[in-house]
Design a protein around this ligand. Structure first.
Ligand code: SAH
Ligand code: SF4
Ligand code: F3S
Length: 440
């Protein structure tokens, strides 16, 4: 028998890409590939790319350039580009970087085995179609390896919202929900392989409307079905759009014990003028009322968000309104970005904010968000939380896991195993994590 071929995958961007990379590894596993952690001994290198900001896309080209020496030493090495840069730039990638043998868009991963075979014969292959079939369905029936305690599960892909800054509707296509029975089967399978916590993924996960036994289901209905899966202890979902936060989902946060008290609900900006120009279809006021209703259903919920500063025509007063909104909401975590021009999106054509000014605003926003994050984390001290242990710590007897609120928690003298859940009293709060002790 010949030695297995080695596959190196590097993943950029969002959790959807993390999930997709796992599926690609499984698909190529069926063709005799095993994963390697180093590009140096790989027979195939795949970059699963992100196009969300300009820097993310440029990183891909500089990474590809670095493989030149490797390919010269090893002419049989195949190099592929997958993900959102592949979808957005297609053939252009091969023109710009002749080292690339294969370009595959996010909707075509189930075709990777055929593409790999063609690439082996020396062909340059490209597939960036949006096919009708469910790529995940085609990718199933792979070997059932044991898994860690947490997993992602994609339930919905694509986006019809067309925020004026964003490439996702172009790279991931129109919104599509997977049928509920397939998701439930996949969840069951994950649990049998050791998973205790599942994060449901979608670019607009709360717009989920997949087919169920009695017509289309909402995300809340899907969560209640998952609630019945024995052995599954925790459910999370990301990313939500404020306008798709339906009543039954808000209610589930108060009534479904397996649904964790954490919600990522991006607002992007706090000025109604900017929100309108972003085509966000919500206002500051409607967002704040929504947060109020969510907190009424689940008072201790941790809110997380995304922000863009320096969006075209943002004034100092508009930016101040973003700071005011942050003060009012109080975020437990948040991601903030400087606006990055994406060719082909409506905002790219508009008057841009001075980059120095945008940098300054980003720093001010991040200072406030970091302060809030620390305050929320510090407020956990003295409280009891449930921790799902994910790995052993750096010190003997120490275990590390995540609380219900997604804070990292270190527990000393811990006799529990990876995958166990335990009640923990929080004793102190550090730079990026909490420390606690088991409660018997
Ligand atoms: N579907 C999700 C987010 C997808 S992209 C949602 O609607 O919330 C993740 C984040 O990247 C966005 O929330 C936004 O804050 C940021 N982002 C997207 N396009 C951007 C751009 N052109 N420049 C800067 N940040 C951007
Ligand atoms: Fe992009 Fe807006 Fe869709 Fe989110 S909702 S993926 S930001 S277009
Ligand atoms: Fe990036 Fe594509 Fe995700 S652009 S954020 S990898 S959907």
């Amino acid at each position: 028998m010949s030695a297995p071929k080695k596959l190196f995958i590097k993943t950029y961007g969002c959790q959807m890409n993390v999930y997709d990379s796992e599926r690609m590894a499984e698909a190529l596993g069926g063709e005799g590939y095993v994963e390697t952690k180093s590009p140096d001994d790989a027979d195939m290198i795949l970059l699963n790319t992100c196009h969300i900001r300009e820097k993310a896309a440029e990183k891909v080209y500089s990474e590809l350039g670095r493989f030149k020496g490797l390919k010269a030493e090893k002419p049989d090495l195949k190099i592929g580009v997958a993900g959102c840069v592949a979808q957005a730039e297609g053939q252009e990638i091969m023109r710009r970087q002749p080292l690339v043998d294969l370009v595959v868009g996010p909707q075509s991963y189930h075709r990777l085995p055929e593409m790999e075979a063609k690439a082996r014969e020396g062909e340059k292959v490209l597939d960036t179609d949006f096919p009708e079939e469910d790529k995940f369905e085609k990718l199933k029936n792979r070997p059932k390896a044991k898994r860690g305690p947490t997993a992602f599960l994609t339930v919905q892909e694509g986006c019809d919202k067309f925020c004026a800054f964003c490439v996702v509707p172009y790279t991931r296509g129109a919104e599509v929900s997977r049928p509920a029975d397939r998701i439930l089967r996949e969840a069951q399978d994950l649990v049998e392989r050791g998973v205790r916590e599942i994060t449901l993924l979608g670019q607009n996960v709360n717009a989920y409307h997949g087919a169920g036994a009695n017509g289309d289901m909402t995300l809340a209905q899907l969560i209640w079905e998952l609630d019945k899966v024995d052995g599954l202890e925790r459910i999370r979902f990301t990313t939500s759009h404020p306008n798709d936060m339906q009543d039954d989902l808000i209610e589930a946060h108060g009534t479904c014990a397996k649904l964790m008290p954490y919600l990522h609900l991006p607002v992007q900006a706090g000025s109604d003028k900017i929100l309108k120009r972003m085509n966000r279809a919500h206002t500051t006021e409607s967002y704040l009322r929504l947060i109020e209703r969510i907190r009424a259903a689940r008072p201790d919920i941790l809110i997380s968000g995304d922000f863009i500063v320096g969006f075209p025509e943002e004034t100092e007063a508009d930016f101040q309104a973003t700071l005011d909104l942050v003060e009012e909401v109080k975020y437990g975590t948040a991601y903030s970005f400087k606006y990055s021009t994406r060719p082909g999106t409506p905002a790219a054509e508009r008057p841009q904010v001075d980059p120095k000014e945008a940098d300054d605003r980003l720093q001010r926003l991040q200072a406030l968000l970091t302060k809030q994050q620390r305050e929320v984390q510090d407020s956990m001290v003295g409280r009891d939380v449930t921790v799902l242990f994910e790995k052993v710590g750096r010190f003997p007897g120490q275990m590390v896991g995540k609380s219900d609120y997604l804070h990292a928690v270190h527990v000393a003298d811990c006799d529990r195993a990876i995958g166990d859940l335990a009640r923990v009293r929080i004793l102190s709060s550090g730079a990026n994590s909490l420390a606690g002790a088991l409660i018997d």
